[in-house]
Ligand binder design. Structure first.
Ligand SMILES: [Zn+2]
Length: 477
């Protein structure tokens, strides 16, 4: 017998997921649905603040163990103990995805923001997912059991808020691979809602027609996907398969709505669409309740700031700024003042659901997707919102940024038409006028046939849909 193998089997420590966590303690700290809605969700602002203060200090202590923060904060002259509470939050230098990319250098995927050393630390059951990765290799993120389980609990709460109940089928049309969205939805649905995930994946994994056939045969009550893809699915059902999507009796569309046109999507499916906000590093951070009055931040797990992108000063309710996120639960890769580059504002007034958890309005663009055109800031998402309102288009669009001879930058908006009865020039001229009115700058507008942008946006292939193509030559300097 090979003694080496025998020794290895008795001496090797294999970590077990269910022993890596004290589940009862974790559930008291971060109650799953429905308990959450009778407890934490009903706390007053003072009670919430106390809870956040305590969790924030623990998160700071953990972050000081992570090389990324030691490096980043020491360079800014910070020392452990400098930050005594949330009132000091603004003194902590923020970071962005750019800093994370720099951190994945020497020994990928072990970026130094993760804070786990495989050569020295006790083994833990870990999971790796990535960002979408539109350029270069995707950015890896490794999750420890506590991180993952809290993210699953929050996915469960979000779905419960939006009406998902035990035995419901939830069809997940998000890519099942390296990116977190689809995988995380599966874990959250399965573990914390009693509903049953149906993982059809993106259009590349299950073709759109098959997605609709499955939806019809198995009668899923909820659809999770990108709004552009769910719109595409509804139109394929209606126009190609001659199935009225409203007869499929879907109850809810669970999406990152952004600037997508909610009324037309809801009318197409005869279902409510609920907005949600999340990211690969943190999972779901905010979600609409059934009243659709902005997305409630899960404030027992996150501190969300809306700041001016230049001065970093906090914005008042109703004013647009960029999202900074601070996690209150993460062991691997805690996120402290992560500048998400997403533009939103804090919602004002009270939500009829009675919760005082802060709400944000929809994400209206990414500050790094912003194009400066003749002195005007233009977001592709805002262009998409205007195209989406036009019934002669299916809402599909892409913006192409080019530098013309002489150096002037031009933005051309390509959009797909549904209506063949009207000459495309007429729609082009009308849309160009409407865009000029709304954005204050003239854009080139060109109509293409339905499906004609697929190869540019990747709509039927991936869940990361491209809306801006930068064809400017890199400036030589
Ligand atoms: Zn509410």
């Amino acid at each position: 017998m090979d003694r080496g193998v025998e020794r290895a089997t008795t001496e090797t420590v294999i970590p077990r997921y269910h022993r890596a966590l004290d589940f009862d303690a974790l559930w008291r700290e971060f109650p799953p649905a429905p308990d959450y809605f009778n407890g934490t969700y009903r706390l007053s602002r003072d009670e919430l603040r106390m809870m956040q203060e305590e969790r924030f200090l623990r998160q700071m202590a953990r972050a000081w163990q992570v090389p990324f923060y030691r490096r980043h904060w020491s360079a800014a002259g910070m020392e452990p103990g400098d930050v005594r509470g949330l009132d000091d939050l603004a003194r902590i230098p923020p970071f962005s995805v750019h800093d994370l990319r720099v951190s994945v250098t020497d020994d990928p995927p072990w970026a130094d923001y993760i804070g786990i050393d495989p050569a020295a630390d006790a083994p833990l059951p870990l999971i790796l997912q990535t960002s979408g990765g539109t350029t270069g290799l995707p950015r890896p993120m490794i999750f420890a059991p506590r991180d993952r389980e809290v993210m699953n609990i929050i996915t469960g709460r979000r779905l419960y808020m939006q009406g998902v109940r035990p035995f419901d089928l939830v069809q997940v049309a998000l890519s099942m691979g390296l990116t977190n969205g689809g995988v995380l939805a599966r874990e959250g649905i399965w573990k914390y809602t009693g509903a049953i995930p149906v993982m059809t994946g993106s259009g590349a994994q299950t073709p759109t027609r098959r997605q609709i056939e499955l939806l019809k045969a198995w009668k899923a009550k909820f659809l999770i996907g990108f709004p552009a893809y769910l719109r595409h699915m509804g139109l394929v059902a209606r126009d190609e398969l001659k199935i009225d999507p409203r007869e499929l009796a879907v109850k809810g569309l669970i999406v990152h709505l952004g600037t997508d046109d909610r009324p037309s999507l809801e009318a197409l499916w005869g279902a409510d669409a609920y907005d949600t906000y999340g990211c690969n590093e943190c999972g779901t951070m905010a979600a609409e309740c059934s009243h659709k009055r902005g997305m409630h931040v899960f404030e027992d797990a996150f501190v969300l700031e809306v700041n001016d992108p230049e001065t970093l000063q906090p914005k008042r309710e109703g004013e647009r700024g960029v999202v900074f996120i601070t996690t209150l639960f993460k062991y691997a890769a805690p996120m402290i003042r992560y500048n998400m580059n997403d533009i939103t504002s804090l919602a004002s007034g009270e939500c009829p659901c009675g919760s005082v958890h802060r709400r944000i309005t929809g994400i209206c663009g990414r500050s790094d997707n912003m194009v400066k055109l003749r002195g005007v800031n233009v977001f592709p998402e805002a262009i998409g919102a205007i195209i989406g309102e036009d019934q002669r288009s299916n809402g599909e669009y892409v913006c192409v940024l080019e530098r013309a001879e002489g150096g002037a930058e031009t933005l051309t908006v390509l959009f797909e038409t549904l209506d063949r009865s009207e000459p495309p020039q007429a729609i082009e001229t009308e849309l160009a006028e409407r865009l000029k009115e709304a954005l204050g700058v003239r854009l080139n507008v060109r109509a293409v046939e339905r499906g004609g942008l697929d190869h540019l946006t990747g709509l039927s292939q991936t869940s990361k849909i491209k809306r801006l193509i930068d064809r400017r030559e890199p400036t030589s300097s």
